[in-house]
Design a protein around this ligand. Structure first.
Ligand SMILES: O=C(O)CCC(=O)C(=O)O
Length: 252
């Protein structure tokens, strides 16, 4: 069943988010809305695949069934695609985000993550606030939409609960992968990581400081998701770790 009206988090959900640094809300989007988003990704993904240069292939492609090369991610769906822009303004999703950030948030960056069956790669432990470098660490919340059901087998997110109330640590990147910023293993190992499965159409929210990662897709099913990185309207990005294009932010 989908949540209707403009009701955001319950008091318990909001308390869980503040304590643990993440919370899952099932049933925000319908199966039809998720299917429409996937169809849009397929059309858009084919266009993008055809114009990737060699350097981009190293960052945007992954291996799926029989080692076939497939697209791993797409950037700025909220800016680029009307279907995703509409989803970013969904009344229930927005009510949740506004309970955390206050009125009139901005989508600073957005991404589609495509984890193919039998091969989709893991994403190492990281903090969004290291990537974005905001002046207000409480001014960033990521809404992660499960376009497919996300399970432990197909690569759901895992969170370091309580790390939202800790610091942002310097990240490192493996040789030849400058965009793949991640926490040094000795820091990541200090916190247990808790899996957060999400039913299709549900949304997992996480604070910008919260440690998170995803594992490989060991199933025979896709794990597709969209991440909308919302920020409070008055946040400034004083230490971005990567070159984000502020001309594509979207005011909701
Ligand atoms: O979907 C994934 O595997 C990674 C998502 C992520 O890191 C994020 O939404 O910030």
């Amino acid at each position: 069943m989908t949540r209707t009206g403009k009701r955001g988090f319950s008091a318990d959900e909001l308390a869980f988010y503040r304590e643990k640094g993440h919370v899952t809300v099932p049933g925000i989007f319908s199966a039809e809305e998720m299917e429409a988003a996937i169809q849009d990704i397929e059309a858009w993904g084919n266009e993008v695949l055809g114009r990737l240069n060699e350097a981009q292939k190293a960052w945007y492609l992954d291996r799926g069934v029989s080692n076939a090369q497939v697209l791993r991610k797409l950037d700025n769906p909220v800016y680029q695609r009307p279907v995703f822009r509409k989803m970013a303004g969904h009344p229930v999703l927005l009510a949740c985000v506004e309970q955390i950030l206050g009125p009139k948030p901005i989508v600073y960056f957005s991404q589609v993550f495509l984890k193919p069956p039998e091969g989709g790669s893991p994403k190492p432990v990281h903090q969004d606030n290291f990537y974005f470098g905001p002046n207000d660490l409480d001014g960033v919340v990521t809404a992660w939409l499960a376009l497919d059901e996300a399970t432990v087998e197909n690569g759901c997110l895992y969170f370091g609960e309580g790390t939202n109330r800790g610091e942002v640590y310097p990240h490192v990147a493996p040789a030849g992968e400058p965009f793949n910023l991640q926490l040094p293993p000795e820091i990541a190992a200090r916190f247990a990581m808790t899996p957060a499965p999400v039913p299709r159409g549900g949304v997992s929210f996480h604070h910008g400081n919260t440690f998170h990662q995803s594992s490989a897709n060991r199933s025979t099913r896709w794990r597709r998701a969209a991440a909308f990185h919302y920020v409070a309207g008055d946040v400034r990005f004083v230490r971005p770790a990567l070159p984000y294009d502020e001309s594509v932010v979207v005011r909701i």
